[in-house]
Design a binder for this molecule. Sequence first.
Ligand code: MTE
Length: 351
Amino acid sequence: MQIKSSEITPEHIYLTRRRFMVGVGALVTGALVSSCGSKTESAPAIAPVQAKTIATPTPRPVATIANPTAASASTSEPAAAATPYVEPAEPFASVKADELGDALNSYQEITNYNNFYEFTTEKEGVAAMSTNFKTSPWTVEVGGLVNNPKTYDMDDLWRKFTQEERVYRLRCVEAWSMVIPWLGFSLAALLKEADPMSKAKYVRFETLYDPKQFPGQESAWYTWPYIEGLRIDEAMHDLTILSTGMYGKRLLPQNGAPLRLVVPWKYGFKCIKSIVRIDLVEEMPTSLWMAAAPREYGFYANVNPDVPHPRWSQSTERRIGEWSRRQTLPFNGYAEQVSSLYQGMSLQANF
Ligand code: MTE
């Protein structure tokens, strides 16, 4: 069952989450990021043991909206009319920290330290390898067990769904983390439009399969394309978004352009990039990581400091740009909002 965020989030956070601004033109762009330089990462890699390669809250104010006519709306419901999205000239975030007071990672850091195995397993090589990735034209098919299947192009998505800024922590299963000001829209809004049938229990997401553009898809270590899944109530949760941008800018290829999933209470590998298909299904989808190493990666992948990865502890993490380690929080700090989704379930067994 979905809980209203107004019931579970302190009011000041809830209100700022829903504060909309009319266009970015008026926004001051002085709030720019500085690079803290994250260079080497000694954290473990998520690749299964047999592979030789190395592997991989909160909503805050809104940077901009796709459609100023929707500025007074207080939800992420589809908006009717449209004006083109105006990107800020420089990366822009309306706040500098998340709700725990943790500083945002810089645009430089977030766009230069990436996990995107379709390009390479080298985090600091993804940006350079992905510069020519073609993100337009791009369509996303929404189908499966729905009454209203539909193929959207990216303009449809930008126009139809109100874009919000959501500042979330991203915790990679490899025990590093960042704080990222995403731009995106509620996955629930898209799913409501698709109108799931009652037998739909899960949502399955699929990344583009195109080995010409994604050299990593030639690798036989993994079963391509990259697949991820959520239970339908997780997918409908208010924190779950489809991201179209970051720091007010459209997503760059290395971050999963033009559309990627963001589920902040789960390990980063659930946040599938460059999505082309979203299907409502009855059976629990098998993700790329579940198929590659079922003992190491489960379906749920909720951030849990008490359940170690078979090859390393999950109790602490290194924030990119910092040297000391910090405690990892249950559900990545979003327990208040999401723990009720897992009531009565063993978090050890359902890792
Ligand atoms: N999606 C696809 N298609 N391919 C990937 O290799 N890596 C995942 C996730 N989504 C991955 C993906 C992992 S392991 C992480 S931690 C995040 O993307 C990293 O997102 P970022 O590079 O934007 O920080």
